[in-house]
Write a protein that binds this ligand. Structure first.
Ligand code: ADP
Ligand code: MG
Length: 702
């Protein structure tokens, strides 16, 4: 149960004075990811941190006020000039002066009565805003603060600036946040004392208060100690949740899986190539883990096309040598099928029995597969999440390999290790994410990295071309096809609805079919599974040579003789996605190219992304650039990549805190794994505060 001390922070926003349903709807847009159905709480408002500061303390005289600077003037109001009727967009002007000169305060669409009350003639007023000079004469358009000199001490001269959403006024937002702050309870300290003192962290509530009540520019700097404290809290909650689930996986003692080399030798002999040094290194690390008593919990990181599958096969062959079964889990049917088709011939030569199990199997065929698995007549099962549904039994599941892991949630990751005798877990990810993100997404896992690609790969020539040159590209595609090539044509990701995605792809398919005839195929997410397979198989076997696709082809699809990929509306894709998509080509021995078709005008970020794509193929570098470009608040980018997003932490800035949080979480697991001590209690509060309390259910489940 959530500690009651958190109740004030978990109260609904409408419990705040002045927040009704209309305002709450605006806050929802501002504070929660699009489409979220989570309850909106006071906490969410308090986690909305300022990005800047208005500082009106700078008092100037008119003559010295720098153009464009935010200044506060002390003005005696002289006269009002109403615009003539029917004068269109002419503004209302109020003139005032100080010792040094005169200035016009300019208001558009002003109401005379209201203006007279705001700026009474003969009064001395404090007026704050940006001064500009129009024909040499100073003016200030829509001052952002106007107050009688006598009331000057009643208004804040320093105010935080928050990210906004259309329709919300900064004043209302600030008022609501101030009201929320008055509900801020004092929570126990969950940070380890030595970290606290080394980092000079103030208590959580002080830090949060200071973040919202900045007194100076440094107070809104995310590098300031109080902002780092808040970032640390969020990171610690994440690391602790991951540590709890890791511990639960590790607690169940594994069984050592030691191979004797019989089957792996046959696999090696059956491969049409030599393993690279990187592959051999990763295999050695994995086999060493598997031979241990403890369960393996290892991440295999390698760029697209780095050759992870064969590494997994060597691990699965080793499990079979130890008479244990393996499951290879893919995120989509297409990928499961492809893995199966790729592995089956090798398995046959090596004497490994492999089956494919997906949600599409039913009836007798399914029953036969299930019984073979339960009887131990199968060494390797390839499939989708159907592998871990009720009623699926293994005789002795020793190893689970998860491909493209970041598409699966933490819960799924746990449920899939529940089958069998606490199997070893190998997670393969194609997104070459930086170290901090590995920690953020997976917690404290052991990592093997496959650097580089198998020898003999040709670089992929990447060009960015405006959509106006569509005709030219179609011509080029036609030539490539005539020369025996194969081409992917990826259709725009349309944000509004999946339906329009589909229409875009179908429309393009129709157009290209008119030109090239029936060698054009199409594959998209809404197609029934067997149609998808048929479309991919036709392309792989060369019955179609151009395939129009939505991003269903993003992950893992392997057609080695495809040499061109055209990505339409490339500006709408994230960098990680573009990189994944480009990885569909350049898999064979022929030179390949990637055409990024874009629609102008390009935004700054889109421009930078396309430039990075042209510059490099190094997945690790692309991942780093991606992180930089994405910055904070790009939920779409984060969501697309499946990586966790943070509200108080920014990994670019607070990356150093991640390792500290990891170490601290590790320490907690070593000293108070059930979170029962006094600090443990505070840590439970922390998990609730950041919505990571699902980890606590794991504790209880034991
Ligand atoms: P990914 O890491 O993206 O999953 P794959 O395992 O699908 O990559 O491998 C990509 C392609 O490279 C496959 O066609 C595979 O057969 C081939 N491959 C893997 N290892 C090597 C190697 N050492 N030498 C040559 N080709 C290899
Ligand atoms: Mg793969």
């Amino acid at each position: 149960m959530r500690p009651s001390v958190l109740d004030p922070l978990f109260a609904g926003l409408t419990t705040l004075d002045g927040v009704g349903p209309k305002l709450a709807a605006l806050f929802r847009t501002l504070l929660l990811p699009a489409g979220s159905d989570a309850a909106l709480r006071i906490r969410d408002l308090l986690f909305h941190l300022p990005t800047g500061l208005v500082d009106r303390r700078r008092r100037e005289e008119i003559v010295d006020a720098p153009d464009g600077a935010l200044v506060t003037l002390s003005l005696r109001i002289d006269r009002h000039i109403e615009p003539e009727r029917g004068a269109g967009a002419k503004p209302y002007r109020v003139y005032g002066h100080d010792e040094t000169g005169e200035i016009a305060l300019v208001y558009f669409r002003a109401q005379p009565q209201w203006m007279e009350r705001l700026l009474p003639i003969g009064e001395t007023m404090l007026v704050s805003g940006r001064v500009e000079r129009f024909n040499g004469r100073p003016q200030m358009v829509h001052p952002d603060l106007v107050v009688a000199l006598a009331d000057a001490d009643k208004v804040p001269l320093v105010e935080p600036i928050y990210p906004m959403t259309a329709g919300l006024s900064p004043k209302i937002l600030r008022k609501s946040i101030a009201a929320s702050l008055s509900h801020l309870p004092s929570l126990g300290e969950w940070i380890e004392p030595s970290v606290l003192s080394r980092q000079s962290f103030a208590p959580f509530e002080n830090a949060l208060r200071k973040a919202h009540e900045p007194e100076d520019g440094v107070d809104v700097d995310p590098r300031a100690a109080h902002r780092r404290r808040l970032a640390y809290d969020e990171l610690l909650a994440g690391q602790l949740a991951l540590a709890v689930s890791r511990r639960r996986i590790k607690k169940a003692k594994g069984h050592p899986l030691k191979g004797d080399g019989r089957i792996t030798a046959r696999v090696l002999a059956a491969l049409p190539f030599q393993l690279t040094e990187a592959q051999n290194g990763a295999i050695a690390e994995i086999l060493a883990d598997m031979a241990e008593d403890d369960r393996m919990l290892r991440l295999l990181q390698g760029d697209v096309g780095a050759g992870k599958t064969v590494v997994a096969l060597m691990a699965m062959a080793t499990a079979a040598e130890a008479s244990a079964q393996s499951a290879l889990l893919a995120p989509t049917e297409i990928l499961a099928r492809q893995h199966y088709q790729g592995l089956a011939p090798l398995c046959e030569k090596a004497g490994l029995r492999i089956v494919l199990l997906t949600g599409r199997d039913n009836g007798k065929a399914r029953a036969a597969k299930l019984s073979a698995m339960a009887e131990g007549e199968v060494d390797i099962v390839v499939g989708t999440h159907a592998l871990f549904q009720e009623g699926v039994e293994y005789r002795d599941l020793g190893l689970v390999v998860v491909d493209e892991q970041h598409r699966f949630g933490v819960h799924q990751r746990l449920s899939l290790t529940r089958k069998g005798r606490s199997p070893d877990l190998l997670v393969m990810t194609a997104t070459p994410i930086p170290r901090t993100l590995v920690l953020a997404a997976f917690g404290d896992m052991d990592v093997s990295r496959l650097h580089g690609k198998p020898a003999g790969r040709k670089p992929i020539a990447t060009v960015a071309v405006p959509i106006e040159r569509y005709g030219e590209i179609v011509e080029r595609v036609g030539k490539a096809i005539a020369d025996g090539g194969k081409v992917y044509w990826v259709c725009p990701l349309v944000e509004e609805s999946e339906k329009s995605d589909l229409m875009a792809a179908e429309e393009r398919h129709r157009q290209l079919s008119e030109i090239f005839g029936d060698i054009v195929g199409v594959v998209h997410g809404q197609m029934p599974g067997d149609e998808k397979d048929a479309a991919m198989a036709a392309f792989k076997e060369g019955r179609t040579r151009l395939i129009v696709a939505t991003i269903v082809i993003e992950v893992g699809v392997d057609v080695p003789d495809a040499t061109i990929i055209v990505i339409e509306h490339a500006e709408r894709f994230g960098l990680a996605q573009l990189h994944q998509l480009r990885g569909r080509v350049g898999r064979g021995s022929k030179p390949s190219s990637c055409v990024l078709l874009y629609r102008s005008p390009l935004g700054e970020v889109a421009k930078a992304r396309l430039a990075v794509m042209r510059e490099t193929e190094d997945g690790f570098r692309i991942a780093e650039e991606d992180l930089k470009l994405r910055g904070e608040g790009d939920l779409l980018g984060t969501k697309q990549s499946g990586l966790p997003s943070f509200r108080l932490a920014n990994l670019d800035i607070h990356g150093d805190l991640m390792e500290i949080a990891r170490d601290d979480a590790r320490l907690v697991m070593a000293t108070d794994p059930e979170l029962e001590g006094p600090r443990g209690e505070a840590l439970r509060t922390l998990l609730y505060l950041f919505g990571r309390d699902d980890a606590l259910r794991l504790l209880r489940a034991g």
